[in-house]
Design a protein. Sequence first.
Length: 250
Amino acid sequence: MLEGQVALITGASSGIGRATAEAFAREGASVAVNYCKNRSGAEQAVETIRKIGREAVAVKADVTQSAEVKQMMKTVLQKWGRIDILVNNAGDLLARRTLVDMTEEYWDQVMDLNLKSVFLCVEAIWRHMAERKSGCIINVASIAGRNGGGLGAAAYSAAKGGMITYTKALAKELAPYGIRVNAINPGVIATPYHERYSPPEVFQKFIAAIPMGRAGTSEEIADVIVFLASPAARYMTGEAVEVNGGMLMD
């Protein structure tokens, strides 16, 4: 479904990002695997993609820094001459903090990583897409942006909620340029995120609230991202797709 396309995925060295990079490659895309700290994970993803028979490159960049984002885009454009798909996946809770231990510094860090990064990446590439009258942007938000998340995730939830509304605003602005913008809201997904921030007893409470009775997988989220990037979703823009096993239903 993505034959001949070039995709850039931020935060693609593990979890949902890495699964998406590999899924895109299986559908025919060349993939730029962005990472900030986890170089080995990014290189492993690139190796896997090359074994599939597709092109890939690992690109280091802190997506909260404008200069690094612009250099990342330049690197990918120099290699392939185009970027058809941007997946803004980079993000993290960083820590669970309630108002009791919330600090301005922590709040800003969470906002920068989960929301400002989306602005910086889109700002750096949308003109290139507009010139070609074609492009697809997918923002990986979260169920937390809809329901406030678990205890200690207020800043993260606010950032993801902002991402969802920013997706809709971008969709309106960029549709005349042939650029589609959608979001995906994963529910409870078995990734390193929950290994770090959700003790087993808390994780089991999350599972108990899911009608399907289990956590999702990174691959299941990646499959939906592939759909949103593909021609099958060519008339979709401004949507935030819920993928949560029934945990939240509209």
